[in-house]
Write a protein that binds this ligand. Structure first.
Ligand code: GLY
Length: 410
């Protein structure tokens, strides 16, 4: 379907956004005009719904939600890789609603991550400590959160391989398995390093983040802007071996959540460094993902799996991508990225929320954790709930989003 001209979309913050005349699938496939008032209403309702869900569920939660089984959260005691998203959601709920109970719950949940500050067995320390402890410091000014986040960054840089100029994704440092394995997701852990350099005035953290991002940029991006989930290197020489996958369909496919992590992560790295190449890379990742978006504006789990585009969905990829696109629109001054983000967000809000279920404990449904392992197919995931709120806050009240996560540029 080709659409000639769309109405104006206006963010709640008041910035006018002209919806482009592009005939890209994302634009052309949208079944209806999305006007400013309607998009704002939909997103506000979705945020209110997410906050109401947290109001009902969070007081009974004593560990870290990792995903749902038949609509009920299952939990990790130590946070696994997702432990930052629960306190993160609670912080965003506090900002959106002003209800003090969310602040108390966020503080209690963030506190439980304390032992992970010294965890050198994973690259996930940014996911764990940015939305929880960095945000806690930004919102409370309490030094303990700032110091703890810097400590987590110090643990993360122990995973840097200077020969290959990358941060190793998985496995204990003493374990030779996976020693040369790099994954796109790590792009999201780099902002913790930028934070640590800014706080300590020690450039080493950001230098490692930049080195890793350059390595990823050189090796993950295919000519069409798609990317594999994994890239393997020789851990001793640092020489590239080749693309691979764990959560995508194949080394030649494009796992949609990985693509979204890359889009968001490279955009953030541009914010922190001003490096124009990071922005170009983010745009290439965005343009490929948007070219593969289906008419319903909810990403399929892997854009290049054999059944795509008629395959299972991953709404988490959609909301992560929406956050990245909103940021990309600001930094490139290209409003069509914002239009696309709004289409994804309104689509997720209208077709992926759990609103018709009295049983559901999460807000966003239709997310896929690990398709090849047949683990978590169209379930709810804590990062989908977190990034839905982050994206909506970016649209409805950017200054509030900036209070939680640093949206300034160098
Ligand atoms: N970072 C792991 C995932 O996105 O599933």
């Amino acid at each position: 379907m080709s659409v000639s001209r769309r109405t104006l979309l206006t963010s709640a913050a008041g910035a006018a956004v002209a919806v482009g005349t592009s005939t890209s699938p994302a634009t052309a496939a949208t079944p209806e005009n999305v006007d400013a008032a309607s998009a704002t209403r939909t997103l506000r309702q979705a945020a209110d719904y997410a906050v109401a869900k947290l109001r009902a569920v969070a007081p009974g939660v004593t560990a870290f939600p990792v995903g749902t089984k038949f609509e009920k959260w299952t939990y990790s005691q130590n946070g696994d890789w997702v432990g930052g998203f629960w306190p993160g959601q609670l912080w965003l709920a506090w900002l959106h609603s002003g209800e003090e109970q969310f602040k108390a719950l966020a503080l209690a949940s963030a506190e439980k991550l304390a032992p992970r500050r010294d965890d050198t067995t994973t690259h996930d320390l940014g996911f764990l400590f940015y939305p929880s402890w960095v945000t806690a410091w930004r919102l409370t000014g309490d030094e303990k959160w700032r110091a703890g986040a810097v400590q987590a960054a110090s643990s993360l840089i122990k995973r840097y391989n200077p020969a290959g100029r990358f941060i190793r994704a998985w496995g204990a440092l003493s374990d030779p398995n996976n020693a040369g394995r790099v994954i796109m997701d790590t792009m999201m852990n780099l902002d913790l390093l930028a934070f640590a350099s800014a706080q300590t005035q020690d450039p080493k953290y950001l230098e490692i983040a930049v080195a890793h991002a350059k390595t990823a940029q050189r090796n993950f991006l295919r000519p069409d802007g798609s990317s594999p989930h994994v890239f393997d290197f020789d851990p001793v020489t640092g020489a590239p071996i080749g693309p691979n996958t764990v959560q995508g369909y194949s080394p030649a496919s494009c796992w949609s959540r990985g693509q979204a992590w890359g889009l968001y992560g490279f955009t953030t790295m541009h914010r922190r460094t001003g490096d124009a190449e990071f922005l170009t890379t983010a745009r290439r990742l965005a343009d490929f993902a948007l070219s593969r978006l289906t008419p319903d504006n909810v990403p399929v789990w892997d854009y290049l799996a054999p059944q795509a585009p008629h395959d299972i969905k991953d709404a988490s990829a959609g909301v992560i991508m929406a956050c990245g696109l909103l940021d990309l629109a600001e930094l490139t001054h290209r409003p069509h990225y914002r239009d696309s983000a709004l289409r994804i967000l309104t689509a997720v809000s209208r077709t992926c929320l759990t609103t018709n279920s009295a049983r559901a404990e999460a807000s966003v449904a239709r997310c896929t954790r690990h398709r090849p392992a047949e683990d978590g197919i169209e379930v709810s995931l804590p990062y989908a709930d977190y990034y839905l709120l982050e994206a909506i806050l970016r649209v409805l009240d950017r200054p509030k989003a900036d209070r939680a996560i640093d949206l300034s540029s160098v």
